[in-house]
Design a protein around this ligand. Structure first.
Ligand code: HXC
Length: 258
């Protein structure tokens, strides 16, 4: 039983596994998926027992895009008035770490959703693309910006203009994904990565994420000041005292989250 119409949720100790579950539409992202993801991510962020989250789809598709059938009747007035797609900013506002585990198609909004994650772990079957141009439109959930930042102008421009898909090997070479694993091992590997993150001091995990994200928002000098201030802030935490004491005493740290 899931509390969500379009998601399946499993808890693996301190890791939340969220599976997109609209198999009839290759996990196309409709309004209900967005509502469910916003609620699931907010619940994860608010739960001190949960320290990392993995978002995945099916073997065939992480998500084949925003739901074209749902978007079809909507024109400019509707999309402008409702600020269509702005709700995804609530997903990117998640403070705690999360990983996208991608097998099969990650197209359009599916690719854009994967790129909202802190990093992408890809199955060897993963295929990424921004094919919106074939529908007479363009990315609307951050694809033109996040893909360009991830892979650079040449590949981002080529993918957006031609709509071609990028396979897992190319995606790894282009730094779109952190790592490729065999499809059969995707969930196990993602849960392993997530468990490693979940075992870290929780405030340090948030701070590491904030610092890396700051690199996309600031110039180098201000980014380094931001890093140094946040580093100094962490040295005031109980977990810093515990972490360094544990190192000296040759034992694992036991985190309080304070
Ligand atoms: C709604 C979708 C869908 C989508 C697939 N389906 N993608 N429904 N929105 N994005 C549905 C199909 O209509 C079909 O349902 C079922 O899922 C299975 O898909 P098939 O096409 O039969 O599967 P297959 O032949 O294996 O092809 C897989 C595919 C193809 C290559 C991924 O489905 C495809 O090209 N999908 C669209 C990809 C795309 O353009 N994504 C970007 C969307 S725009 P039925 O009931 O018909 O059998 C976007 C942002 C837009 O994301 C922002 C600007 C506004």
């Amino acid at each position: 039983m899931s509390d969500y119409e379009t998601l399946l949720i499993e808890r693996h100790d301190a890791v939340t596994l969220v599976r997109l579950n609209r198999p009839q539409a290759l996990n196309a992202l409709n309004a209900q998926v967005l509502t469910d993801l916003i609620a699931a991510f907010a619940a994860y962020d608010a739960d001190p027992e949960q320290r990392c989250l993995v978002l995945t789809g099916s073997e065939k598709a992480f998500a084949a895009g925003a739901d074209i059938k749902e978007m079809q009747p909507n024109g400019f007035s509707h999309n402008y008035a409702t600020n269509f797609f702005a709700g995804w900013e609530q997903v990117t506002a998640t403070r705690k770490p999360w990983i996208a585990a991608v097998a099969g198609f990650a197209l359009g909004g599916g690719c854009e959703l994967a790129m909202m994650a802190d990093f992408i772990l890809a199955a060897d079957t993963a295929k990424f693309g921004q094919p919106e141009i074939k529908l007479g439109v363009a990315p609307g959930m951050g694809g033109s910006q996040r893909l360009t930042r991830a892979v650079g102008k040449a590949k981002a421009m080529e993918m957006c203009l031609t709509g071609r898909m990028m396979g897992a090997d190319e995606a790894e070479r282009a730094s779109l994904v952190a790592r490729i694993v065999p499809a059969a091992d995707l969930i196990e590997e993602a849960l392993k990565s997530a468990a490693a993150i979940a075992a870290m001091a929780p405030l340090a995990a948030i701070a590491n994420k904030e610092m890396v994200n700051a690199a996309f928002e600031t110039g180098l000098a201000m980014g380094i000041v931001f890093e140094r201030r946040l580093f100094a802030g962490l040295t005031a935490t109980e977990d810093k005292t515990e972490g360094m004491t544990a190192f000296v005493e040759k034992r694992p740290g036991v985190w309080s989250g304070r």
